[in-house]
Design a binder for this molecule. Structure first.
Ligand SMILES: Cc1cc2nc3c(=O)[nH]c(=O)nc-3n(C[C@H](O)[C@H](O)[C@H](O)COP(=O)(O)OP(=O)(O)OC[C@H]3O[C@@H](n4cnc5c(N)ncnc54)[C@H](O)[C@@H]3O)c2cc1C
Length: 423
């Protein structure tokens, strides 16, 4: 079994990184070479801004190259509860933003000719208990008429054509998609580099000194750059002088296993719908088939951070969950196991805005494949003085008691596990 991301292992390598020294001055420094940073770099170059991307390690080496490959439309939140809390129009704008984000990914794939197995497969949220189906129906009634025309209920008796597992019906979101995130990320990086973005790998940001307004002296391991603007796109692995943001984001470990290639007969039997699947529990699982017909199965598994030395423990937990759902997979070999860090905000909603002249797009809370690409583009437009068309520039208080390691995560995990047992 390989303890590394299937996506990174099966994608071509990125060979467009800058080999020249850092420039002394640039219009925009983008910190982070994941989907947010690369998408922003592409859009900035399309608007003729000079751009340097600083990546502490390799491009898409963190969440963007380690995720479940689900590019889903719609908020994961309970829409009615969110609307009651923040107002229906704002909740609606947030929901719409996720629908728009899927379209942003689709249009970049098409315009930049990125070969990444992008498929409009739909997402099926699976009722893990009989009573969860009623809750999904409530969501459907709330949204289908005027907010999301792509929704459809799949009752229990019709599930045979979708999936063969212990589920009690589901809610289908038809415009959701899936893609090979390794190929997409490398294609996105090549597209940005082709247009002239300088992507510097293994070049961490080490310091920031505000010169005036939005202008910063950006300090890196390889020298300093004067930037008229800085965009932080550092995800859940933010290192360096970013304490303000770390106090607002909880890094949460999420883990994935990938099976050996499954015979077509087993796929036809278990996953005839070929969707993105997500279960309805708070601490649930997500899964899909890979382009070469393996099952990718993910979840929180343990409330621990990902670490190549201990990810295998999460793999054992995930395998047990997978076999409990699909006993026919009992003898199937696991070929890959890895983990990554999710940048969780307290309300599980992203944030994109400006703090002390620094621009940022962060906090995707585990639903960022589509939104990171979308907000990269949106923030690039904002930096170029265009009106903001995204609803994520909201108040962002620090998380009380959170100054370093998220010591409280096991307690939060225990709380939600108990809620899953009781609900
Ligand atoms: C296991 C897992 C499964 C997931 N599954 C899904 C899914 O199926 N669907 C979905 O929608 N979302 C999913 N997500 C979330 C999604 O992958 C992320 O929201 C998205 O990739 C975030 O992209 P990003 O560019 O903002 O961050 P990242 O991809 O994390 O990129 C940030 C980059 O910044 C760099 N960096 C950090 N600090 C510095 C510094 N000081 N200097 C220079 N560089 C720095 C990091 O090295 C990193 O490469 C998943 C996440 C994980 C971990």
């Amino acid at each position: 079994m390989k303890l590394q991301s299937y996506w990174l292992d099966t994608a071509p390598s990125f060979d467009g990184a800058a080999i020249t020294p850092l420039p002394t001055e640039v219009d925009v420094v983008v910190v982070g070479g994941g989907f947010t940073g690369l998408s922003a770099a592409l859009r900035l170059r399309q608007q003729n801004r000079s751009v340097v991307v600083l990546e502490a390690d390799r491009v898409i080496g963190e969440a963007s190259g380690r995720n479940g490959g689900q590019c889903n439309g719609g908020l994961a939140h309970d829409f009615a509860a969110l609307a009651a809390e923040i107002g229906r129009e704002r909740a609606r704008a947030m929901y719409q933003s996720y629908l728009d984000a899927v379209e942003t990914v689709a249009s970049i794939v098409a315009e930049q000719h990125i070969d990444c197995d992008f498929t409009r497969c739909g997402k099926l949220k699976l009722a893990a208990k009989p009573e969860h189906y009623g809750k999904l129906e409530q969501v459907y009634r709330e949204l289908a008429a005027e907010i999301d025309p792509h929704l459809e209920m799949v009752p229990a008796q019709e599930m045979g054509s979708e999936i063969n597992g212990p589920f009690f019906g589901g809610l289908l979101q038809k415009n959701s998609a899936q893609l090979h995130v390794g190929k997409f990320g490398v294609g996105l990086a090549h597209a940005a580099a082709r247009l002239g973005a300088q992507i510097h790998e293994y070049t961490p940001l080490t310091g920031l000194r505000q010169i005036a307004g939005q202008a910063y002296e950006v300090q890196t391991s390889k020298g300093n750059i004067k930037a008229s603007q800085v965009l932080l796109a550092t995800g859940g692995c933010a290192t360096g002088p970013l304490a303000y943001f770390r106090r607002r984001l909880i890094p949460v470990g999420s883990f994935i296993i990938v099976t050996e290639v499954l015979p077509q007969s087993l796929i036809d039997q278990l996953f005839p719908g070929g969707r993105n699947y997500v279960t309805s529990k708070n601490i649930g699982n997500y899964f899909r088939l890979t382009p070469d017909n393996r099952l990718l199965f993910g979840g929180r598994a343990r409330f621990a951070m990902s670490n190549p030395r201990s990810d295998e423990k999460s793999g054992v937990i995930l395998r047990a969950a997978m076999v409990a759902m699909f006993p026919a997979l009992r003898e199937v070999r696991i070929d890959y196991c890895w983990g990554g860090s999710v940048d969780m905000s307290a309300d599980r909603l992203p944030r994109a805005g400006q703090h002390k002249g620094l621009f940022y797009a962060l906090g995707y809370s585990g639903h960022g494949v589509q939104m990171s690409v979308h907000l990269g583009q949106q923030m690039a437009n904002t930096l170029c003085g265009k009106p903001s068309l995204q609803p994520w520039e909201n108040a962002w208080p620090p998380i009380p008691g959170h100054v370093g390691k998220p010591w409280f995560l096991p307690l939060v995990g225990a709380y939600y596990t108990l809620r899953d047992k009781l609900s």
